[in-house]
Design a binder for this molecule. Sequence first.
Ligand code: SF4
Ligand code: SF4
Length: 302
Amino acid sequence: MTGIIFSIERYAIEDGPGIRTLVFLKGCPLICEWCSNPESQLHTPELLYFDNKCVSCGRCVSNCPQGAIHHDRNFGLITDLDRCTLCGLCVEYCYYNARELSGKEMTVEQVMGIVLRDKLFYDKSNGGLTISGGEPLLQSAFVSELIEACKIQDISTAIETSLYADEQIVERTLNNVDLIFVDIKHIDIFKHLDHTGVSNEKILNNIRLIDRMNKNFIIRVPFIPGVNDDIETQRQIYKWAAQLKNLKHIEILPYHRLGMGKYRALGREYPMGDLKPVLKKELLFLSEIGKECGVEVRIGAL
Ligand code: SF4
Ligand code: SF4
């Protein structure tokens, strides 16, 4: 059983209790305009080139077996993606981390080999594994085996998911997971469709489903100016969430621009233009609105 992984981060402390290892799976059915991991959206591997780190040493050019990279006097380094076979050699030869291959096929055993390195830290801090993406439920069989492997090792598990998946997949895959993070990006079906590319019906139905399954879960709301930053939209989300009996709390994620450089590295335009980031202190009042609606609202750091 293999999955396509685009990143594994150790010693994380934001995505679930204690010290955690985060495993990011590639591929997502949503295309949120503010996505900070654009390399997660396609299921297949991709090559990123960070021109701000490149010193034009030319090692990638001379070591590419396909002759896919050349230097252009006006535009700098150009990679012909039609010729590129994603062999990853240029990444190995770049001493400046200006090139990155996103997406690697790994077995459950290989991932567990990394996860198990920090078992001692999980035990001491009530931490564990958090599976993220992309959308992990697109690789549900792999995720189920990973969760099962953690259970056998007595490692607690969390998942960050859009819940944009069929009910049977949600039931089957999340039955054994200890904590679920799910986003509500907009409560209005058409605005959700406009800004993420999909309707929110399936997502809201599946949030009700995990509530009926008595799963512990946290709803995250990315706070995006011009998308869902009006008080009435926030209030509607909180009121809707207040009906759920197993919701731990709502966490607001203020808009940030940390993913912008990756769009450039993928040769894509940043969809949010020059929209300014939102500061945590600007959103503290939302906790009061949450109280009025009968739900705890916490503000995340970023
Ligand atoms: S990944 Fe391989 S084929 Fe593609 S540009 Fe780099 S060295 Fe060339
Ligand atoms: S090897 Fe790295 S630093 Fe050198 S030219 Fe290629 S991308 Fe730039």
